[in-house]
Design a protein around this ligand. Structure first.
Ligand SMILES: NC(=O)c1ccc[n+]([C@@H]2O[C@H](COP(=O)([O-])OP(=O)(O)OC[C@H]3O[C@@H](n4cnc5c(N)ncnc54)[C@H](O)[C@@H]3O)[C@@H](O)[C@H]2O)c1
Ligand SMILES: *[C@@H]1O[C@H](CO)[C@@H](O)[C@H](O)[C@H]1NC(C)=O
Length: 311
């Protein structure tokens, strides 16, 4: 039966009211200090992939300080154990697992072990990532494939492993560490950008699904940082550091943890990126390209060295 005009008008008025209400809430949350809106996560279990280095390790330390239990995954056992011993010193309870995130079987196997130990993962942080850092035709097939597996597919398998339990409890938080390269293409990062765009799309769709299913106790956060000085992007350079600074790893880790505490859906850093993304949405292609090239976005990877890779 067709809805009456009155019903439609009523629904539109209701929608407008809710839009204005939630817009105001978003503005208030954006200006309110973190301490005034942070959720209490003490005693919760945080699983971090790629915890053996970089921001994965620094996030682990921050969650340890917040009295969380930690489950640390990495392919690099010694790096992971180093993170564990630093967290141990803070009094945290920490388990480490050596996992190759490019293998779905291994992810499922280790996830099963975690669950069999009776652990409920409250916060899942998909952080591990790799980069080839070459122009597309110079990227080996193996690296292209691995980049998609670690930066994107691993997110599918970890979420498939731990979301069902979160759904049952209507409680949890899934964090995708993507990149600013997940929102704009970059010369020399084609496979990486593809993997990060995918991670962004996965987060957004998952968030919509959870919202639609009224799972209001489960949150997602997608993180889109510009370069961070962890070593992963060593040699990459920014033309106007005042406009687009390379981020300090500990600052970035702190912002991510704050975003989790505030149930922030999306975090881009530095802040000016929000403006760039908005401009990208309305400017035609060629002027956009010229501006991005002027800003150095097409030369970011010219002198890239990165980490030593065993291809
Ligand atoms: N560093 C940056 O400039 C930057 C910028 C934007 C986004 N990011 C993203 O942030 C995340 C963390 O980056 P980082 O700078 O801390 O890098 P990092 O290289 O310091 O740490 C990455 C960790 O992931 C682990 N890892 C790699 N492949 C793995 C695999 N197959 N299985 C299991 N673990 C694996 C590594 O051993 C390492 O400990 C990545 O997803 C990266 O793409 C980094
Ligand atoms: C593994 O971690 C150790 C300790 O942090 C580091 O020295 C080493 O370079 C890492 N190995 C690889 C292959 O990344």
């Amino acid at each position: 039966m067709a809805q009456s005009t009155l019903d439609i008008v009523k629904n539109i008025v209701k929608l407008l009211f809710l839009v204005v209400y939630h817009w105001l809430v978003a503005i208030i949350k954006a200006v309110l200090p973190v301490s005034m809106q942070a959720k209490d996560i003490s005693g919760e279990t945080v699983l971090i992939t790629g915890a053996g280095s970089g921001i994965g390790r620094l996030m682990a330390l921050r969650f340890a300080k917040l009295k969380c239990r930690l489950i640390l995954w990495d392919i690099n056992e010694s790096g992971n154990l180093e993170t564990k011993s630093k967290c141990d010193q803070l009094g945290a309870s920490v388990s480490t697992y050596t996992v190759d995130l490019s293998s779905r079987d291994e992810i499922y196997k280790v996830a099963k072990k975690v669950k069999e130990d009776g652990v409920h993962v409250d916060i899942l942080i998909n952080n591990a990532g790799i980069v080839t850092g070459k122009k597309f035709l110079q990227c080996s097939d193996a690296m292209i494939q691995k980049t998609m597996e670690v930066n994107t597919m691993a997110h599918f398998w970890t979420v498939k492993s731990f979301l069902p339990d979160m759904m049952e409890r209507n409680h949890g938080h899934i964090v995708s560490i993507a990149s600013s390269a997940g929102l704009v293409g970059v010369t020399g990062l084609a496979d990486y950008c593809a993997s990060k765009f995918a991670a962004v799309g996965f987060d957004e769709s998952l968030r919509f699904e959870l919202e639609y299913l009224k799972k209001d106790g489960i949150h997602t956060t997608v993180v889109c940082p510009f370069f961070i000085n962890t070593g992963m992007f060593d040699g990459a350079k920014t033309r106007f550091p005042l406009l687009l600074p390379i981020l300090e790893a500990d600052y970035a880790a702190g912002k991510i943890v704050d975003a989790v505490l505030c149930n922030q859906a999306m975090l881009a850093m530095p802040r000016i990126l929000y403006l760039f993304f908005a401009i990208k949405g309305i400017i035609p292609y060629k002027p956009g390209y010229l501006v991005s090239a002027f800003l150095g976005a097409q030369n970011l990877m010219d002198d890239f060295k990165g980490r030593e890779k065993s291809e």
